[in-house]
Design a protein. Structure first.
Length: 267
């Protein structure tokens, strides 16, 4: 059986449906937990004084991990807050228990829960729950993408001078200098720029057509896995520089027409 046949086989389809149902259920539970935002935060510093986790990041990851292992004890898990469990089943979950921690800390909308499941063929299932903006996205590989249960499609074609583009910024000062230079260049050529503060939400907003494009350097796998699948299944191209694989070095997401120009501008 060839790769495409396997991806679309009844066994694979049944597994994807099972993983999607589980991801949806857990993302909703984590979203409910996070909506009970505390008045006082305990901060755990990470890579720098402006990069931190709260007790809610940690509580959300604990909830997600426990629910996954309860349902599928042989699956692997990769989590932003340290979860690292090797897979015995061939399925590995990639989770960001609270994407947009700074937004959450300041009480700004856009933070979300991001959960994806991957196997040797790549990410098969992705969900992003952003309860602060009443948006729940989901996708399965080759199965399309939805927002709040409705099929979605990215904007395409979009002319560069009419494009609303989102980006994000690194915690590293040297990276920020390069990012600022690129922003200064793009702002003279596009409609406008947005800084949402949560990479998974940015990708999903591209998928829904609420943004025309998105680019960012420094995203981790848990930032990209679910949102990247959702954007792809909504018709967007999600790549790195020069059309290569998306990853920590660069993520560029947009409909095909705009994507080509963004890739050329970003270099």
């Amino acid at each position: 059986m060839g790769s495409n046949e396997w991806l679309n086989s009844p066994v694979k389809s049944e597994l994807k449906a099972e993983l999607l149902d589980l991801a949806i259920s857990i993302a909703k539970q984590a979203g409910e937990l996070l909506m009970a935002r505390p008045d006082v935060f305990d901060l755990e510093m990470k890579s720098s004084a402006i990069d931190f986790a709260t007790q809610m990041d940690i509580a959300s990851e604990k909830l997600i991990v426990s629910k996954i292992l309860e349902a599928r004890p042989d699956d692997g898990i990769i989590g932003e807050e340290g979860a690292s469990i090797p897979s015995k089943s061939g399925v590995t979950w990639v989770i960001d228990p609270l994407d947009g921690t700074v937004n959450y800390f300041y009480g700004i909308a856009g933070w979300n829960v991001s959960i994806a499941a991957k196997d040797s063929e790549g990410v098969q299932v992705g969900v992003v729950n952003a309860p602060s903006i009443n948006s729940f996205w989901s996708a399965t590989k080759d199965g399309g993408a939805t927002c709040n249960g409705k099929k979605i499609k990215c904007n395409d074609p979009v002319e560069f001078n009419r494009a609303l583009i989102a980006t994000g910024f690194s915690y590293d000062v040297a990276d920020r200098e390069a990012q600022a230079a690129l922003v200064s260049k793009l702002l003279l050529e596009i409609r406008d720029l947005r800084r949402i503060g949560a990479g998974a939400a940015d990708l999903c907003l591209v998928a829904t057509g609420r943004l025309d494009g998105f680019y960012e350097r420094g995203l981790n796998e848990w930032d990209l896995a679910a949102g990247g699948l959702i954007a792809t299944e909504a018709g967007a191209l999600v790549t790195g520089r020069n059309g290569g694989p998306a990853g920590k070095e660069m993520v560029i997401a947009a409909g095909a027409h705009l994507h080509a120009r963004l890739v050329a501008e970003i270099g």
